[in-house]
Structures are given as C-alpha cells and as structure tokens.
Design a protein around this ligand. Structure first.
Ligand SMILES: O=C1CCCN[C@@H]1CCCn1cnc2cc(F)c(Cl)cc2c1=O
Ligand SMILES: [Mg+2]
Length: 477
C-alpha cells in the first residue's frame, strides 16, 4: 500500500520515519540507534562528498584513514575536553572468548587518535600547515531518543584536523570551511542556515571558539546544529595535552594553532524534514539520485511500442545532457501507481508520455514540489527540463527561507511586551545589558500570576535550566 499513514503536521515523528522507510532511504536494524543507510540516501551523501572533498583538496587538505580504536590511556589524555562525554564511549573488551589485555574505545571523534601523530610528525615550521581529513564513521552511545540521520549511535561524517603556525591562519580557515558548509546546505540541500559563533557555554569545551551553521525545522519550531568549525587555539597542542610543537623561524619552540571541523549524515535528515510533504520525500534536484522519471502511459493498445521507444529516447537525450533520468517501464504497475511511487521517492520531475503527447510531439511534465503540470515540446526538451530543475531547486530554498524567516521574532525594539521562559539572574542581566542603549533596554517586569500553559515539549534550548515561572519583559522606549 502506498501513501503515508501519518501527516507531516499530524505526527511529525511518525511521518519522518515512515517517509525514510517508504522512500527507501533507511532500513531499521535490531540495535537501537543504528540504521541501514540505503542507496537512495547514499547517493545524496556521495554527491555532497564529491563537492566538499574537491573543495578541501583545493585547500591542500590531505586525506587520511586513522584507526577505529583508541586506548583508554590516550583517550584520558584529553579528559578535560571530553569531560561529560565518557558515558557515550563504546568499548571493545573481548576478542572471541578471551579478554583484551587493554580495553579499546571505538573512536567517538578523531582528536585523541590523530593528535599523537601530529605531535610526532610536526617538528618545524616547514611541516606546517598540516591539514588532514577523513571520511569515516564514529560511535557515540547516546541515550537520548535516537532518530535516523538526526541522532544515531553510529554516524558517518568527515572530520578535518588542521595545524598552523599562527592563529591568523587558523581563524581564516574556520570561516572558509564554514562557508563550504553553508553551500552544502543552501546550494545542495536547499536548506537555509544561519552562520554564527557559539556562546561560551554552548561551544565544544576543548575549543577556543566554535562557529556553526544552524538550520531550522519548522514543524518542531526548533533550531538544529548543521555543522561545526572549531578553532581549538593551542588547547590540544599544549605540553600537558598532545605536545604538538614546532621550531619557528626564530628557532623558538611554539605550540601549533589548530582547527577541527565536521559535517555528518544529519544533513540528510534535515533536508527530509524541511522539504518533505504528505506525499513523501521531496528531493532538491542537485542531490537527487534520479532528477527525472519518465512514465509511459499506453492507452489500450494504441501504439504501445512507439510510446516505449519515445520514453527510451527521452531518457537517452536527457542523460546525454547530464541529467539523471530513468524510465519506469515495469509492466506490472499502472501509471497511476507509478506516479505515487515516484512521488514518495521524491523525484523532482516526472515526465509522462501517452499517445496524445506522441501526436503533438510533446511530453507532459509534472513538478514534485508544487504539482504544477505543463506540456514541453520535444524540440527544446533538454533546455526546458534544465530550467525546470533549476526553478525547483530555487523554489524549495525560497519556501524554506520564507518559513524560517516567518519564525524569527526580532523581539526587541518592536514596542513589544515579551513573554519569555525565565532563565536566571545571569541571563536577565545579560539581556538587560545587551539591550541597553538609545531605544531602551528590555528589562523584566514581573512574573505574571496567571501563567500561560507552556505547551508540550517546549523547552529552552539554552544551556541553563529554566524554572517554570515566566517574567514579562517590557520595551521601555
Ligand atoms: O565537532 C568536532 C569536529 C570534528 C572533530 N571533533 C570536533 C569536536 C567533537 C566534540 N566531541 C563530541 N562528542 C564526543 C563524544 C565522546 F564520547 C568523546 Cl570521548 C569526545 C567527544 C567530543 O570531543
Ligand atoms: Mg553529542
């Protein structure tokens, strides 16, 4: 049976997992938090990887494949930075029936695996900058509720680790990589993102500062971290940590300045959540494994062979022009069934060819994003299809941007009375501090006696716990 049993706005969680299964992107496994990533999603990952890998190769980032395991001793080396992460570390303690003489952690991230070698390989400034990247899987045994792509116990990512002689070089690279992440989201996945710098509390503890791109999921009204680019400063290269030093030009010994940056398969989940609808997946053409699906629509026995030939010729022409096209000639499904099937798979453009189309030397095109139908002349088919695919890519981004902007409340200086969850004095002071100035500061007035019901699942995405009371802020101009 095709079709979803949950609407996107009716039960988002169930809708999401059903779309992933019905569009054949994910297979469920019998280990909680572990998923099978299937062809339809791997192709998306590969298209993004091809772009990103080419860009970092041009930045002279070298490739590497470090080992999966790390000893407890080495893991403990950065115990200050990984404080709080211990519960997530998965361990190998046995091989066959016998215990290992030392337990081995499965890498949750690459720092402790890679940096001992940075320390060995970097001797003087000729060895700098040293930049490596690996495409790999990592394991973090998270306990919060797992969700395919968004939060899984094993995930795939790229992790870049770089070392420079100066802070300036590191600072520059942090932003260069952040721009690539923006392109991944906005130009490939058609998902708008906000670039920014994390607060001291939200950043990675081991970083000097963390920059990130944040996406927005309209259905949950929550932000989600899309990718991170950290400047580690000299936190990891310091003597008491990994002791990564180099002899600079003045023969003085100095610690290197490091960055680390990553994006992961979570990107795919964000794209599904933002663009999907009640018919299933909606793929942005740039990352669609199939951009066009051609469906033969024979009518009774009217020139069926001619129709199949026309479909084959259409696919050939489109492929020759670099468009990823296919024909669904399965004779054990009706055209109507095929329409729903490929809509569920999220193919951006469907082309139908029936007897009438043959006579008029045209094809019927249907857009997946808005359902618009139009007849395209066979003569200039490639140009029209290319134009349509670009228009679909653009309108997916625009509609997501519009939804996101509509949810951003610039709450201050709008002569507004703001009812916000209460954090604590520190935040209260901070808000007052940051909004003081000519057009008046926002200050808390009171905790209203009649408390509005905090709707289910609302919680403050802040690092500070919030009490239930609300304070009313007022604009004072
Ligand atoms: O985000 C990135 C970019 C790519 C390389 N890594 C950094 C920081 C990763 C933070 N982080 C994140 N999660 C972790 C989980 C763990 F179990 C342990 Cl031991 C450590 C960490 C941890 O350091
Ligand atoms: Mg985590």
């Amino acid at each position: 049976r095709l079709g979803l049993s949950h609407g996107k706005d009716e039960d988002f969680g169930k809708w999401y997992s059903e779309v992933l299964v019905n569009s054949e992107m994910i297979g469920y496994y019998d280990i909680s938090g572990c998923y099978i990533i299937r062809h339809w999603a791997v192709v998306i990952w590969d298209i993004m990887k091809e772009f990103f890998d080419k860009e970092i190769v041009e930045m002279e980032v070298e490739k590497c494949m470090f080992h999966l395991f790390v000893t407890s001793a080495v893991l403990q080396k950065e115990k200050t930075h990984i404080a709080g992460f211990e519960p997530e570390v998965a361990w190998v303690t046995k091989a066959g029936k016998s215990n290992l003489d030392i337990d081995l952690a499965i890498r949750p991230t690459g720092e402790t695996v890679i940096y001992p070698y940075f320390s060995k390989w970097i001797r003087n400034h000729h060895d700098l900058p040293m930049k490596v990247n690996q495409w790999c899987n990592v394991v973090r045994w998270e306990f919060s509720n797992p969700m395919p792509f968004i939060r899984s116990r094993e995930f795939y990512w790229q992790e870049g680790h770089t070392a420079f002689a100066t802070k300036e070089e590191a600072d520059a690279e942090v932003l260069e990589i952040l721009e690539l992440y923006r392109q991944i989201y906005e130009e490939f996945l058609a998902v708008p993102v906000i670039k920014g710098k994390k607060s001291e509390l939200e950043k990675f503890a081991g970083a000097l500062y963390t920059c990130s791109i944040e996406a927005f999921i309209p259905n949950t009204g929550r932000g989600i971290q899309g990718a991170t680019s950290h400047c580690l400063g000299q936190n990891f290269s310091a003597k008491e940590f990994f002791d990564i030093t180099f002899q600079n030009e003045k023969e003085k010994k100095d610690s290197v300045w490091q960055n680390s940056w990553a994006y992961r398969t979570r990107t795919i989940g964000v794209m599904v959540m933002v663009h999907g609808d009640d018919k299933g997946l909606v793929l942005p053409p740039k990352v669609a494994s199939q951009q066009v699906i051609v469906i033969p629509v024979p009518y009774k026995d009217a020139n069926t062979q001619e129709i199949f030939d026309a479909c084959a010729a259409t696919v050939k022409t489109l492929r020759k022009a670099g468009i990823r096209a296919n024909v669904d000639k399965r004779d054990y499904h009706t055209p109507g069934w095929k329409y729903s099937y490929w809509e569920m798979k999220g193919v951006p453009l469907r082309i139908e060819i029936g007897p009438k189309d043959l006579t008029n030397n045209q094809v019927r095109a249907v857009r997946r994003d808005n359902g618009a139908k139009m007849d395209l002349s066979v003569v200039s088919l490639v140009e029209q299809v290319k134009e349509l695919l670009d228009k679909i890519q653009e309108s997916l981004f625009d509609s997501a941007k519009h939804r996101q902007d509509a949810c951003i409340q610039i709450a201050l200086r709008q002569k507004k009375l703001i009812l916000a969850p209460w954090c604590d004095e520190e935040v209260e002071k901070d808000v007052k501090e940051r909004t003081k100035g000519d057009t008046g500061a926002a200050k808390t007035l009171c905790t209203p006696f009649d408390q509005p019901k905090m709707h289910e699942g609302t919680f403050y995405r802040s690092s500070l716990t919030c009490t239930r009371t609300l304070k009313v802020y007022v604009k004072s101009d």
